[in-house]
Write a protein that binds this ligand. Sequence first.
Ligand code: SAH
Ligand code: SF4
Length: 401
Amino acid sequence: MTNASDAPAAPILPDVLSLPRKAQPVEGRVNLVGLTRAELAEALRAAGTPDKQVRMRVGQIWQWVYHWGVRDFAAMTNLGKDYRDLLARTFVIALPEIVQKQVSADGTRKYLLRIAGGHEVETVYIPEENRGTLCISSQVGCTLTCSFCHTGTQKLVRNLTAGEIVGQVMLARDDLKDWPEPGVPKDETRLVSNVVLMGMGEPLYNFDAVRDAMGIVMDGEGIALGRRRITLSTSGVVPEIARCATEIGCQLAISFHATTDAVRDLLVPINKRWNIETLLNTLRDYPRLSNSERITFEYVMLKGVNDTDDDARRLVKLIRGIPAKINLIPFNEWPGSPYERSDWDRIEGFADIIYKAGYASPIRTPRGEDIMAACGQLKSASERERRVRKVPAGEEGPAAG
Ligand code: SAH
Ligand code: SF4
């Protein structure tokens, strides 16, 4: 999906050393996707745009790229021909490449993407009756090692760039034909209506790129998703949670998963660094700092590990005073996983206690299981593909299963 193949023989590059690091040239030209407005201004200035015009040009290009989904500078008809040529010689508008797309019987779509360096990540689109949620990745692998999560068995390969993060939203809109058409009001019917940072990786350990990417996704003159339509899920990186409130301002979900430090230490080892009490104290400030509504507490249901009535009662006691909803996630097994999913009547019994204590307690229906697109299954899918396609696993750790 890049324009690399029609690159001119001798591109005229801007003064690349003065560009932000993330805008360094790819295949001879600079990728504009993922630059903040300020960085785009800097890149255009470095390419020779007169100072007086920079602001206007940023606005025009921004709208073409992020509102209309245009990838070809030649189509930017409100720019002069010479300027379009200059842009085309200097820049690209490039997204990660879709290596494979799978569509589940339930309509869930999973995209296997290849990013620079030959690494692979996954993005999942989950259509529902009145909304469509895109689950995006923020890292290849993860530095953390939650014992129930398959991604956690893959060591961190690298952080995604802001362009690779916002690129996931753009390529899903491409695939779903979800970009607006001139003259057709579409806002109410957009297919990608929500974004969740719940794919591979710990978003708060890639803070700057995630912040810049979400800033682009929320920008009112582009993709324009409201900040209430974006949810960032974290395992509990306490020092970054306040920054998430003030610098991103999106909805927050916490991978809580246990009601005692002893059990949470085993399931979510970052708990040894910031325990339940420390985490909860930080969360109490989040709604005020971010001016957001409820925090979502994610709770994976593991048979015989964290699913008793006592756990449910402890959970509601712990989070008392925090505007919250509790999202129960039936455990999705992966080859070699050391846990089993709690029985349905156990999950319902647990949900009932929470509900009676006054909290919404939706049980997350596993989606896209037939294509291994459910929570926590993402690594297994790409590993399996890799085996079939005989692509070496590169720098990644060995597969768990
Ligand atoms: N790293 C972030 C976001 C990615 S994980 C985090 O941990 O919050 C998104 C959610 O899926 C988390 O709540 C995670 O705990 C959950 N999850 C991971 N593996 C799972 C599995 N095998 N079954 C069900 N949920 C899982
Ligand atoms: Fe990383 Fe989240 Fe998986 Fe934990 S649950 S290993 S933080 S991706």
